[in-house]
Write a protein that binds this ligand. Structure first.
Ligand SMILES: [Fe+2]
Length: 128
């Protein structure tokens, strides 16, 4: 099992020194804070707030997973070329559509073929 890296687990000094490395590998969830039971909800996951990641054949973002607590809800498989291919960079991004039945605590995981697994901050959705 590889290490799971997270945006929040570094000291302020480490964060500053590795800011672009951390940012471009970290998934960020965008979702409405409130939703209705049984209605479709869009959950966007994008890697990098401010920085882009390489899209080379030996180094690219391969997967984005979405969990509700410990339950895996979805996996998107990405291949090199989705952001222009070799020599290009981009922000891997997917939007999942889910139908909630109860409050959500969403966490995304991303996998870089060279730099391993990265975890997002949790995003909570009140469902009524
Ligand atoms: Fe990487």
């Amino acid at each position: 099992m590889p290490n799971i890296n997270a945006y929040v687990e570094l000291s302020p000094e480490e964060k500053e020194a590795k800011k672009d490395y951390i940012d471009r590998h970290s998934p960020f969830i965008t979702v409405a804070p409130n939703a209705k039971v049984g209605e479709k909800l869009a959950v966007n996951v994008r890697l990098g707030k401010n920085y882009t990641h390489p899209d080379d054949t030996d180094h690219y973002i391969n997967e984005i997973k979405l969990f509700d607590r410990e339950t895996l809800l979805a996996t998107a498989t990405l291949l090199s070329g989705i952001n222009g291919g070799h020599g290009n960079k981009g922000q891997a991004e997917v939007t999942f559509f889910i139908v909630p039945q109860k409050n959500l605590k969403l966490v995304a995981l991303s996998y870089c073929t060279k730099h391993g697994l990265w975890q997002s901050d949790p995003a909570e959705v009140a469902v009524s």
